[in-house]
Each structure stands twice: as C-alpha cells, then as structure tokens.
Design a protein around this ligand. Structure first.
Ligand code: OGA
Ligand code: NI
Length: 345
C-alpha cells in the first residue's frame, strides 16, 4: 500500500518543540550564513525613504531622489504612497490569522505543487533531486492576482472571513502604486513616463504572503536565500520583527521595518530595460530565534511571452523572452545575480 507523504512545512518543524536543532537540509554553508559578512546594525540604516506626496514635493526633486535611490540601492521605502495604512494592517492581519489560527490540516487543503515553478497556494520549497541547494526557513501562500482573468479568490483561504476581500483590494492598490512608481522611474531615466510600463506590458501580478516561523538556530539558517526578483518591480511590506536585508557595497544591510511605508525592490526586467543604469537589488531574509515574522511581497512581471530589451542604445543586455528567463532562473537557482548577468553583452 502506498503511503501518501505529508508535505513538509517549516511551521510544523518549528512547532515540534522536541527539536532544538534545525534539520540538516536547512543549514547554510559557512559562506552564506547570516553573520558572514556581518550585517550593519539596523540603527545605522541609511536605506532611502522617499515621500511621494506630490502636493508638497517638487516634481524634479522627487525624480532626482528616485533616480539616486534606484542607482545606488535598487531598493527604497516610499511613504505617503496613497495606499491606506489601514489596508496594510489588514493584509498583515489576515495573513497572520491564516498561518497562526488555522490548523495545519486545513492549511494543507490549499497546498501548491512545490516541485516546479511556483504555483498558487500554500507551500514551502522542497529539495529537488540533483539539486543540493539549502532550504529556506519559510512557508508562503502565493496568490495569482492579475490579470483579472487569472484571479480566482475561491482558491484562497476563507478564514478569516474577510481574507479574499482584503487581498483583492490590496492587489488593486499595489497595481496602481506599481504604475505610479514605474512612471516616476521612467522619468528619472529621462524616458517618457509610460516607457517602462509599456515595455513590461500588462502586469502579471502575484502576491506572496511569507511566514518565517521562529528558528532555533538563526545563525545557521536563512529565511530566504540571496536573490534578485525576476520581474519588473516588487512592493513589499513587513511586520515589526525585521529580517529583510539588502546587499550593498559588499555588506548585508538590514531594512528597518517602517509600519506604514512600502518597500520598493527593482527587479531584473527593470535593470534590463534601463540598460543597467539601474540595478536590481540583491536581497535575502534572515530568521529570528524567538518571533515569527510575516511579510507580503507583490510581484509585477511581464507576460511569459513578452520580449524584454533595453530602452537605450547601444544595448548592454540581450533581448530575452520573459518566460525563458523564468525557466533559466528555476533551473540555475537564484543565487546571486547569475541569471541576469548571463544576458550581459
Ligand atoms: C521575496 C522576498 C523578502 C522578505 O518574497 O522575494 O525577497 O522579507 N521576500 O520576505
Ligand atoms: Ni525577493
């Protein structure tokens, strides 16, 4: 008789209180452990925070500020972004309620297939044969939210009862903010405001709620290994636990949680369209020994059939079909930036 194996979730391992040590497949080799190199303490955090309030901001100055943040960091906070702070709190609340108040068997009804490219639902990365990558100390729920034709809230949790409604509202707000930011980023490059958005085409938007259970060995693990995001632009919110880090000048710098702000991460396709004038940010998440952490990443990607090429001459990157780029990302793994570097001319 075949015994169906129960999918593994980090939360079940973490709640198995008899295990003071993490399983070996979650242990990072010394060179990628969180303290090598040491992250700069959060209170020195120089990551730019940009006020988008157009009523009081000089438009030229705002574009200059955005351009500098994109060039120097590829990532920055935005405040006065137009998304109601109450909605940010609600997204964190419904996410936390699903992960913490639903029994595991109920959550596993939403399991996604974790063996291949990300599909919608509740998951955790698993080891794939012949791939010796270390696992992330993270579970997630991935939602396909745009185009509206892919959006099917009946595949999302029903508990808490307002979960689906909150996610739909959040999806629409994130789309509007992504459009506004890509407009400002285009202008900061001296391009027409619509340039990057037109190059990306209709947004394929996915929202991942990331849940990082407390980890008994935070010095040996990562919540999410170093990577740059594959699409055009990612908008991330986190709770007050902290753990997101950005790599700059050979150092991992912790991104201070700012509860009403939204963290903007330039992704690989924007680097290509900008012809390398702006770089996608390498980032990772570390784990926490005592508190569970929640973050919500909203990815805006081109259609898989879309060809992406630089908006400047001479091009420094080869044109690539986005779907091919995604396949190579999944077969090579995300480590560092080797996927985008392979497109350099
Ligand atoms: C991601 C990501 C970081 C975090 O989802 O791609 O980088 O802090 N998340 O959860
Ligand atoms: Ni990311």
């Amino acid at each position: 008789m075949e015994v169906a194996s129960r999918p593994i979730r980090v939360q079940s391992i973490a709640q198995n209180g008899t295990a003071p040590q993490v399983p070996p497949e979650y242990i990072q080799p010394p060179e990628t452990r969180p303290n090598n190199p040491t992250a700069r303490p959060a209170n020195n955090n120089p990551i730019p925070s940009i006020d988008l309030n157009s009523a009081v901001r000089d438009a030229d100055f705002l574009r200059t500020e955005i351009g500098a943040a994109c060039r120097d960091w590829g990532a920055f906070h935005v405040t006065n972004h137009g998304v109601p702070p109450k909605l940010l709190g609600e997204v964190r609340r419904v996410g936390r309620t699903f992960f913490e108040a639903c029994p595991m068997d109920e959550k596993l009804r939403y399991s996604c297939d974790t063996s291949g490219a990300a599909t919608e639902g509740y998951g955790s990365r698993m080891l794939v044969a012949s791939n010796d990558t270390v696992l992330d100390w993270r579970d997630y729920f991935d939602h396909h939210t745009l185009p509206v034709s892919r959006r099917d809230p009946s595949r999302w949790p029903q508990f808490p009862p307002d979960y689906r409604e909150v996610m739909v509202e959040y999806s629409d707000h994130m789309k509007a903010l992504a459009q506004k930011l890509l407009g400002l980023i285009s202008e900061s490059l001296g391009l027409p405001s619509s340039c990057i958005e037109e190059a990306v085409g209709e947004f394929y938007q996915n929202i991942s709620i990331n849940y990082y259970p407390p980890c008994p060995q935070p010095d040996l693990t990562l919540g999410l290994q170093a990577h740059s995001d594959m699409g055009a632009i990612t908008l991330l919110i986190q709770d007050d636990v902290g753990g997101l880090q950005v790599f700059k000048d050979d150092e991992w710098i912790t991104v201070d949680p700012l509860s009403d702000a939204i963290f903007v991460i330039l992704s690989d396709q924007t680097e290509i369209i900008s012809n390398g004038k702006y770089r996608s940010a390498q980032h990772r998440a570390i784990t926490n020994g005592s508190r569970a952490r929640l973050s919500v990443s909203t990815f805006h990607d081109p259609a898989k059939t879309k060809a992406i090429s630089p908006a400047f001459e001479p091009p420094k990157y080869h044109t690539a079909i986005y779907g091919d780029y995604v396949l190579s990302w999944y077969s090579n793994g995300p480590e560092g930036k080797r996927n985008i570097d392979a497109l350099l001319i």
